[in-house]
Design a protein around this ligand. Structure first.
Ligand code: UD1
Length: 348
């Protein structure tokens, strides 16, 4: 039997792993799950394991917070130790673009363990983003490059990568299909269509006081209540900020609560990659608080509008009406992306 080690550490990776782990099991692949501990608050981590029925991690490396170098380095040191002291897996599976992703890819590859990257080929072409650096490093080192979209495949080919590229579709879509139809959110729903939902966590927004102030000012002028579940990084930066009356700050939501909050919103404001796509899949127009997006397909027919951190653009984007139907972000047949990934790994 093939044995893989999946390495996760941050909120969106738990959601992706929830779907892929199920598919690996169905394909007869053994999996050990390693949590790096990059996200550690209950409402950023354990709530997802409980709600999404993810098996408890076999080990938690408990790296916690730190500078990029410290966090990445700690993951590498602790993961290397684990890989050297335990049975060698056939493959290390990593997700997305976090410090966890790049650290695990570098560590595994130097131990000559094949690396598989779910969500390969995404590019913002903005090298100021730590995520972009993590994506490039991870893709360059991966043996299996599982691309969610044709655009992602094209980026890899443009960088000269030719081997191991598969267009699999998007495991985040699998998760939306699975969890939006099967569960009611704990704590009930928000009143449909009457509010906007906002999330902000990218360093480019949270760590630049002018951008953060611009976003808050813009959200204060959108004319409807704004529900704002706050990432811990953003919570620290918002201390001392006067918030406009229409903004309701709250703790991070669980995944199922978030899906329902997106679905019921009049508009979604976000700098998250995942939420841009979830908005489209749940047919809620998205307004992205960034200057570019990796998910260019979402921009089709104004279902997603890029406004950066400019208060005037944030306000005026409320008047943009998307043209139905929402764009199809990736359409590649009946199988789920997760099962396609599992069957490629099973037959490798
Ligand atoms: C990370 C990823 C980003 C991903 C995001 C999802 C990197 C470089 N970035 O960003 O790609 O989209 O996760 O959320 O890996 N903190 C807590 N409690 C927690 C988690 C974080 O207090 O449970 C605080 C810490 O102070 C930390 C800060 O949030 O310094 C940022 O966390 P970090 O893990 O550095 O990155 P994210 O901003 O979450």
């Amino acid at each position: 039997m093939i044995e893989i080690i999946s390495v996760v550490g941050a909120r969106p990776q738990f959601i992706k792993a929830a779907m892929v782990s199920r598919a690996l099991k169905e394909a007869g692949i053994g999996e050990r799950l390693i949590h790096t501990g990059q996200h550690y608050d209950d409402n950023m981590s354990s709530i997802f394991f409980d709600e999404l029925d993810i098996p408890a991690p076999d080990i938690n490396l408990e790296v916690g917070s730190g500078s990029h170098a410290r966090q990445t380095g700690e993951i590498m040191v602790r993961l290397e130790e684990h890989l050297l002291q335990n049975d060698r897996p056939d493959c290390v599976l990593v997700y997305g673009d976090t410090n966890t992703t790049a650290a695990a890819a570098v560590t595994a590859r130097k131990l000559l363990i094949p690396v598989a990257h779910v969500e390969a080929g995404l590019r913002s072409f903005n090298m100021h983003m730590p995520e972009e650096i993590n994506r490039i490093v991870t893709d360059r080192l991966s043996d299996f490059l599982f691309c969610p979209t044709q655009t992602a495949c094209d980026h890899l080919k443009a960088e000269g990568l030719t081997d191991g590229i598969s267009l699999t579709g998007d495991v985040m879509y699998d998760a939306v299909v699975h969890f939006s139809s099967t569960r009611e959110p704990a704590g009930g729903r928000f009143p449909e269509g009457t509010y906007a939902l906002a999330t902000v966590h990218r360093a480019e927004n949270t760590d630049d006081p002018d951008r953060l102030a611009g976003i808050i000012r813009g959200l204060g002028n959108v004319g409807i209540p704004v529900i704002f579940p706050v990432h811990p990084r953003t919570a620290v930066r918002l201390q001392g900020f006067g918030l406009p009356d229409n903004i309701s700050v709250m703790e991070p939501l669980s995944y199922v609560q978030m899906l329902h909050a997106i679905k019921g919103a009049h508009r979604v404001f976000t700098d998250s990659g995942g939420i841009q796509k979830e908005a489209i899949w749940l047919e809620t127009p998205c307004i992205t608080l960034r200057d570019e997006t990796e998910w260019v397909e979402t921009l089709d027919r104004s279902w997603n509008v890029l406004v950066g951190a400019d208060p005037a653009q944030i306000k005026s984007a409320m008047d943009v009406e998307p043209v139905a139907p929402p764009p199809v972000l990736c359409h590649i047949g009946e199988d789920s992306a997760s099962s396609r990934i599992a069957s490629i790994l099973a037959s490798a």
